[in-house]
Design a protein. Sequence first.
Length: 526
Amino acid sequence: MKKIFFVFVVFAFAFSSHAKDLKHESQTKSEEGNPLSSSLSKKKGRPNIIFLFADDQREDAIGASGNPYISTPNLDKLASEGCYFRNNYCAGSYTGAVCVASRAMLMTGMHWTHMKSEGGMNNCTFFPELLADKGYQTFITGKWHNKSETLKRAFQSGKSVFLGGMNKHTEVQVCDLTTDDQLVNERMESTSFSTELFANEAINYINNASQKDPFFLYVAFSSPHDPRNPSEEYRNMYYENRPPLPENFRTLHPFDNGFLQGRDESLAPWPRPRAMISDQLCEYYGLVTYLDKQVGRILDALKNSPFADNTYVIYTADQGLALGSHGLMGKQNVYEQSMKSPLIVWGPGVPHGKRISSFTYIFDLYATCCNVANVDIPEGVDSKDLSPIWNDEKPSVRESVFLPFQGLMRTVNDGRWKLHIYPPRNYTLLFDLESDPNETTNLATDPYYKDTIERLTNLMKDWQGKVGDKQPLSVEDPLPVEVDYHSGRFSEENRILDVWQPQWIIDKYWEKGKSHIQKVPGHEKK
């Protein structure tokens, strides 16, 4: 009897504007609406999994989110043929390099506070390991960002693996992972943009994949992370048709959150110039649209492969990005734009065009992939299988989300109300996301909301106990909340100019003639 393999593709970003319908022509309408569990019960083989992962993509940086100013036709098509999760979160971070924590949580299925209390990433089981133990071929291309030893544990082989956190896109230091755990062929790739380089490796893998055993293909793009240097074609398309600035754009952040300096926040001066942020948003959108094109190439290769009619697709990114929202530039904060990213699930049995508002964490894809692959989910992980949601077996897998960032910030969100606490400053924010989704009106100082704040504080403490977070929510001697943006801390001289920005960006966004380029401490994690 013919083996049926389902390919479960986790997409971290785009899908080509000319991509064709990947649904098998013989798929019936009843199959399109069937629960995944029903589809799996009819198959004998386990699904292949293709996981595509973008870097720093805001949840609203996709047309399917309702954003009419960005061109992502392939992602939009993917969302229209699958499920789009609208409340997908990175669960905070233990480091300013949020990408590191997000990817560690994905691989371990653990909330970072829980992972840390268990002794760190090295003491956890990575889900690609579990798949390999059950006969999967596991392959990586693109960004890893969690050190070479964990890479060797997680995957059996890989091509054009980038071990760092960011690159110039036009010059990428990569290596290959052999089946005997050796990192070989270290080289600087400069013949194609990073997005195309990783897409090429994914396409080559699909074209040559064995039909004997299922595979897990992990494609981790390093875009739309800066430097925001798409080709002139892709940035000009937005310069000429400018998207508006975010509705919650501010020139200054209204208080000291503990992370107003650093590499990301140095990408624009204080106060944030509107014209500069507008240009950077155009360039960011250009990266996104180019990524969309490359993902489309991957999907075209899939369509023309033996696996085309048995494919599941999930698309996500490691976290979002402020890019002017609240006066911030980076993701080292707990606002919605920085912690949320797109999540799309596509494939046989997945309802078409379903938009899901249930809370999800990016690390929930650990348990979801295990379930699809018919691999037991280890005890003790925080990850939740999402298939019962799209199967209509459950409305949700959690009723709230907890987002802690280092020892600086904590927030909890119950679906309507969102409470921020900044423990070193004993500072609290409260937002009604139903009427204020952009978090612009702080209600915490209004006595009317005292009971709401108390309830959410207790919810936050419950979460802390659940995930092993020992951070006190207040201190005896708080730091000041006020910010003096006229002080030397925020001067042009103290902006960090990293080694990865191309000259045209340096000339455009830093004072002319600036020659001192600071190598960011711990830059390999950025």
